[in-house]
Ligand binder design. Structure first.
Ligand code: CA
Ligand code: CA
Length: 501
């Protein structure tokens, strides 16, 4: 008696482990439908403190980012990363310590001994080109972070007259790029290529036309994009980055401080001179969704996307609990004509910076689950979240859910409430086994909530790919099933996907 009871127990245990193993092991390829289209997913491949202080001690490999990215290409491709947003790859005023936004020489990608170093913070031009080749080899595109608004670290001074003032000043406005010796571009910069410094206009200058009027100045020497020599050099550079260096797109830093007429023509000039479908995303830090849409209208270029700061504002609200019914409406990603202009994200190098900005500290997975399953928008995963804050394991599940299941039309449901938001991807007609039901909760009671939801997939068996809710759900002949999510900060997201027979 005793022995057979034990056998039964063991049998039950083995069966359960086998079942759970089959159903919940995300590494089992048999559980995936074929990928017929490729969902785009960007990773921001850096953070502000990378390669410094404690981070350098704990992650020494990040000191040579270009080498590291080449190594990471296979594993990133595996989980569905299709593009990397790299930090500014050109020489900054602070040389090897410059994160990259203190633009000194756009044409020096770690090739010339300038500002006390040949390499940049991230490596040499050769290493960069090897990384691009390795990433392309795995089907991953590479986007350049272009900080075009200003210049810093001039090589010499000259006498400059300020607008409307009698006296002259000695200003650091001369850029000779002595280490580059005219390679790639012969242009030298002087005060005439800038509008001013510290809000002081130089003689004969006017501030450029920016989205908010009189908002041209941000920092350093403000580049004058009304100057034809400047226009030509920066446009030539953009074409060189795409056509010669091999990048596939740009992030435009501080886009609301740059002449929008120039942004428009710059994008056209680069797009029209490349075989690629070049990707452009502007950083216009505008949290009001109508204003952000207005920014797009002002630049008026079909190819420009923008980061969805308004959506992120809602993720900030979610930290302390928000009415989740609003997830149907918030952000540029839900604004009708602009849905696919949205580049959705949760945190970046500015919103999470040590000692300055904490970032999204709670319900971050819920935010990621939202952007990674949505029909519209191009989501970004932040390197610091993924590799440093220990979110890789759980994010991989969401990334794989995106890669294999997040296809077909997106449907809102009609029974959301303050604590539970659900959303359906119907799957593609031509693919067997894709589609999903997303459920997000910002509740805390720990109870499992059930919602009757039309999955758009009749007679289909679903399981929660995150593993937070156990068991299968079988839909009826109309596609309805009782889908579940846990009211929990740490487990309150479920992605129900079809069981592949
Ligand atoms: Ca100007
Ligand atoms: Ca400016």
């Amino acid at each position: 008696m005793k022995k057979s009871f034990l056998y039964q127990l063991i049998l039950i245990f083995v069966i359960n482990v086998t079942l759970v193993g089959c159903v919940f092991n995300p590494n089992m390829k048999d559980n995936f439908p074929p990928v017929s289209r490729n969902n785009e997913t960007i990773m921001q491949a850096f953070y502000w403190e990378m390669g410094t202080g404690e981070y350098l001690k704990n992650y020494p490999e990040e000191e040579n980012l270009w080498l590291l990215l080449a190594q990471k290409a296979p594993e990133l491709s595996e989980v569905g990363i299709t593009a990397l947003w790299l930090p500014p790859a050109n020489k900054g005023a602070a040389g090897g310590y410059d994160v990259g936004y203190g633009t000194y020489d756009l044409w020096d990608l770690g090739e010339f001994n300038q500002k006390g170093t040949t390499r940049t913070k991230y490596g040499t031009k050769k290493e960069l080109e090897s990384a691009i080749a390795a990433l392309h080899d795995k089907g991953i595109k590479v986007y350049y972070d272009a900080a075009l608004n200003h210049r810093m670290g001039a090589d010499a001074t000259e006498i400059v007259k300020l607008k409307g003032q009698d006296q002259t000043i000695s200003a650091w406005t001369v850029f000779n790029f002595p280490g580059r010796n005219n390679k790639y571009s012969e242009m030298k910069w002087n005060w005439q290529h800038f509008d001013g410094e510290n809000w002081n206009l130089f003689e004969g200058k006017t501030w450029d036309w920016t989205f908010y009027m009189d908002n041209d100045y941000l920092m350093g020497l403000d580049v004058d994009y009304e100057n034809p020599e400047v226009q030509k050099d920066v446009t030539d550079w953009g074409k060189w980055i795409i056509n010669e260096i091999g990048f596939d797109g740009f992030r435009l830093d501080a886009a609301k401080h740059i002449d929008y007429r120039f942004i428009n023509s710059w994008i056209d000039d680069i797009q029209n001179n490349s075989d690629k479908d070049v990707f452009f995303v502007g950083e216009a830090w505008i949290e009001d969704v109508s204003e952000l849409a207005r920014f797009l209208e002002r630049v008026d270029n079909e190819d420009l996307k923008v980061f969805d700061f308004p959506l992120r504002s809602f993720f900030v609200d979610m930290i302390d609990g928000a009415d989740l019914r609003n997830l149907e409406y918030v952000g540029l990603v839900n604004k009708f004509a602009y849905k696919d202009k949205a580049v959705t994200f949760v945190d970046n190098h500015d919103t999470n910076r040590d000692g300055e900005k904490d970032g999204i500290l709670r319900r971050k997975y819920q935010a990621y689950a939202y952007i990674l399953t949505r029909e519209h928008g191009t989501p970004v995963v932040f390197w610091k979240d993924y590799y440093i804050w220990g979110m890789k394991e759980e994010l991989d599940k969401l990334l794989l859910a995106r890669k294999y299941f997040a296809y077909g039309p997106g449907y809102e449901v009609d029974n959301n409430d303050e604590d539970v938001y659900s959303y359906v991807r119907a799957g593609l007609d031509e693919v067997e086994g894709d589609g999903l039901v997303l459920m997000i909760s910002d509740g805390e009671s720990g109870e499992i909530i059930s919602k009757r939801i039309n999955s758009r997939q009749p007679n289909t068996t679903f399981y929660d790919y995150t593993g937070h809710v156990q068991g299968n759900i079988i839909t009826d002949e109309r596609g309805y099933g009782d889908f579940k999510v846990k009211k929990s900060e740490n487990e309150g997201w479920s992605v129900w996907v079809p069981v592949i027979e």
